[in-house]
Structure formats: structure tokens, C-alpha cells
Design a protein around this ligand. Structure first.
Ligand code: FE2
Length: 423
């Protein structure tokens, strides 16, 4: 064996497996068993700490990360001003500068346990700078992270000449997933036509779909039902993802529950993006203010696979963030009121195996035969990861140690502080 991790609490879908050893050979997990006695090049004693499959960021805009303030600050903090800033800034970028900013943010994510990232690349630019930069990075950084690129039409597909060509250009250049933004098209008919275009392209090319869907507070934004219907018609099931879906927050309950049943039956995935949606949505509300999040808890109860994305990291829409998926899950936990014991674990699942299902990852998880993409947390359980947000002491990608973090140490009056509950 190349590496053996001893005495791990293994994070599984259901109950954790306590005090297991994990053997890694090459890029693969060779065994997960008690007391593995084989020789290994390196042995790490986990001491009962949690070992999980890599964290997964299911939705981020790496072409915009760290761009906050470069053109000008977003003084109002609104989505609208963010789009104006982005539109002014976009043509001034270079491929190298996009890559440099994205590389930095990717390393933040990797150091905090991420091994898979699905990024959107803004295609509304004839030069296709975002797609070029991210396709190059996807290959250059393969040693530390697996990246999927979504061709994302920030301005729309059907609402201006050349929108369809820009989408096709990005896909021809190597984008992996077909994106969209139907609620941003000028009319409902254009939005509907954009969904048809997205499904046609995906079907023709054999690609997955991930659409910014109904990311508005308008209860009349109802493109999710169109996506569900097309997912059914074409039998595309779990290869389709609808991101944001915040209008669902404002739907009447009779419609929302009927729709959630259809979403579950279609097997379409939903990605929630708590950082941006909590900050950006419901800005026109007085009080009470809506939370601006999709119905995560109720979607899960209906049987829908829900995952979580970071969405923005210091960009014109959201000036904060450090690429921490545990932070994103913690925010979802609070905003969606998921404080039941099992619900807390589910919040961890939404940045691990649920996102893996969302992205269509095969060979994910801590199991014999899986790709050896692992994180050792300085905490013993999923719940403590959410509560403490501990260091990811070791992060492995394809069996290679790619990141190490020393846990912080606090003392009070000379005594070491232990953030576990004790007995
Ligand atoms: Fe987004």
C-alpha cells in the first residue's frame, strides 16, 4: 500500500463507520476495514477524526472570483449593480488575469477540503475569455482538483443576436455542461425557447445541464416546471440540475408542493447557493423580508437531491467569502432551519455525496475501489465539522497529499482550550 489512514471515523451516507483503517494504492482506495496490517509507504493515525470524501463545490463563478472592487465597488450591494459592474469589467480582463485570480480561489477551496468544483463560465463575450481561461486551468490543475465547466449565458441566449452562437462556441471550446438563465430573457416565451435550446444542445452533445433557474423573487418565474417537463420528455433524469430556484420561496404552497413532487419524480437535482441568495434576494422587500432561499428542507423531504454551491468568492455580487464549503453548509443549516440532529448531518451530505450525485461523479466516497479523494477533518463527526469548522488537516487528490493545515491552538490562562464537548 502507498498510504494507510488508521483509526478513522469514516463519513458515510448513513451511520459513520468507527475506527476503520483506509488503505490507498495509487489513485484508488484499496480497502476500508478494521485493523489493516499491510505495509505502507506512509501511515497517518487519524485518532478517531472524521475522514470524508472530498468536499464538492457544485456552483461557483471562477471567472469572476476576486474581482470585487477591481472595476469599482458595489455600493448598493444589489444584483443589479453587480451586473452593471461586471458588464463594464468583462472586456478589460485578460485570460492570464482570470486564471491568476481563479487559481488563488481554487487553492483556498482545496485547502478547505474541496476536490471537485463545478464552475460557470460567462459566454456572453465574443472573445470567450472565461471559457478559454477555465478550460486551460481545468487541465493545468488536474493534480489538485477536478473541475467541470458550465457554459453560462449571463445576459441570456435568446434575447440578443449571437446568444446561441456564444453558447455553441463555449461548448465547442470544451465546456462540459450546458447552462442557462431563462428568467433573465426578455419575455416568458424567450425564456421557454432558451430552455428548449439548452436541452437540445445537451442532448445532441451528450452533456449535462445546469441552469440558473428562477433566481428572482417573482413568484411568477416558473421555468423550473419547464425544466422538469423537458427532463421527463427526454429521459435525462439526474443529469439535469436547476440552480438557485429562489422564486420557489415565494410560490404559494399548493403550487410549490405540487412542483416539488414533480421535481422528485423527474430526478432533477437542485443546487442552493446560500451566500449570494441571502445577500441579494428580497432587496425590494420592506419588512418582513423573505429569506430568498429555495425550499431546501421541503425539497429534501419530497425526495429531491439538493446540493450546495459557494457561488461567489469576492466578486461584484458578493464581496466576502473564502471558498469554504463548510461555511456555506453552515449558512444553509441556519437559514433553512435544519437544526435537527439528522438535518445537521444532511447539511454535511449536501457538500459531499449529494453534490457528487448532483455532478454525476462516479467512484466518489470512502469505499474500496473509489478514487482516493479524501479529507481528514480535525473533528470527530459531521455535526462537529458544521459546529466547529475545523481545519482540514490532510487533503488527498487521487491518492496524493495535496494540502495540509495545522489546526489552530487556543489557550486561556495558559490552559489549552478544547472545543469538543468532552464527556
Ligand atoms: Fe450563479
Amino acid at each position: 500500500m502507498d498510504i494507510i489512514l488508521k483509526n478513522a471515523n469514516v463519513a458515510h451516507r448513513d451511520e459513520p463507520v468507527r475506527n476503520a483503517d483506509i488503505a490507498i494504492k495509487g489513485e484508488t482506495i484499496a480497502a476500508v476495514e478494521a485493523n489493516i496490517t499491510a505495509e505502507a509507504g506512509q501511515t497517518i493515525d487519524c485518532g478517531g477524526r472524521l475522514v470524508s470524501g472530498s468536499l464538492i463545490d457544485a456552483h461557483v463563478h471562477l471567472d469572476a472570483v476576486l474581482a470585487a472592487g477591481l472595476e469599482r465597488d458595489n455600493q448598493s450591494g444589489t444584483l443589479h449593480e453587480g451586473i452593471e459592474i461586471w458588464t463594464d469589467f468583462k472586456p478589460k480582463r485578460t485570460v492570464e488575469a482570470i486564471k491568476e485570480r481563479a487559481r488563488r480561489a481554487i487553492d483556498w477551496e482545496v485547502a478547505q477540503g474541496a476536490g471537485f468544483i463545478r464552475t460557470h463560465a460567462d459566454v456572453c463575450d465574443d472573445a470567450q475569455l472565461s471559457t478559454q481561461a477555465l478550460v486551460e486551468l481545468r487541465d493545468e490543475l488536474r493534480d489538485r482538483v477536478d473541475i467541470q465547466i458550465v457554459a453560462f449565458p449571463q445576459v441570456g441566449i435568446k434575447s440578443f443576436p449571437g446568444g446561441e452562437k456564444q453558447m455553441r462556441d463555449s461548448l465547442d471550446m470544451g465546456a462540459d455542461v450546458v447552462g442557462g438563465i431563462p428568467h433573465n430573457e426578455v419575455t416568458r416565451e424567450a425564456g421557454h425557447a432558451s430552455v428548449m435550446f439548452i436541452f437540445d444542445e445537451a442532448e445532441k452533445r451528450g452533456l449535462k445541464i445546469d441552469v440558473h433557474c428562477d433566481e428572482v423573487d417573482d413568484s411568477h418565474a416558473r421555468f423550473l416546471e419547464v425544466m422538469v417537463e423537458q427532463t421527463f420528455q427526454r429521459g435525462m433524469g439526474a443529469s439535469v440540475t436547476a440552480s438557485h430556484c429562489v422564486a420557489m420561496h415565494s410560490y404559494n404552497n399548493a403550487y410549490a408542493y405540487r412542483l416539488m413532487g414533480w421535481v422528485a419524480r423527474s430526478e432533477l437535482n437542485v443546487t442552493a447557493n446560500p451566500f449570494d441568495n441571502i445577500i441579494l434576494q428580497a432587496r425590494e422587500d420592506s419588512y418582513p423580508k423573505r429569506r430568498g432561499m429555495t425550499r431546501v428542507k421541503e425539497l429534501l423531504q419530497a425526495g429531491v437531491n439538493v446540493g450546495i454551491g459557494h457561488d461567489s468568492i469576492m466578486d461584484p455580487w458578493y464581496p466576502l467569502g473564502r471558498g469554504d464549503m463548510v461555511d456555506a453548509a453552515s449558512l444553509a443549516l441556519h437559514v433553512c432551519q435544519m437544526s435537527g440532529v439528522e438535518e445537521i448531518d444532511t447539511c454535511f451530505d449536501m457538500i459531499t455525496w449529494r453534490n457528487a450525485q448532483n455532478l454525476g461523479l462516479e467512484n466518489y466516497g470512502v469505499a474500496s475501489g473509489a478514487q482516493a479523494d479524501l479529507v481528514i477533518f480535525d473533528a470527530a463527526s459531521k455535526a462537529d465539522v458544521l459546529r466547529i469548522n475545523p481545519a482540514c488537516t490532510h487533503v488527498f487528490k487521487r491518492g496524493q497529499l495535496v494540502s495540509e493545515t495545522k489546526p489552530a491552538e487556543s489557550t486561556v490562562m495558559g490552559g489549552r482550550v478544547d472545543f469538543t464537548r468532552g464527556n
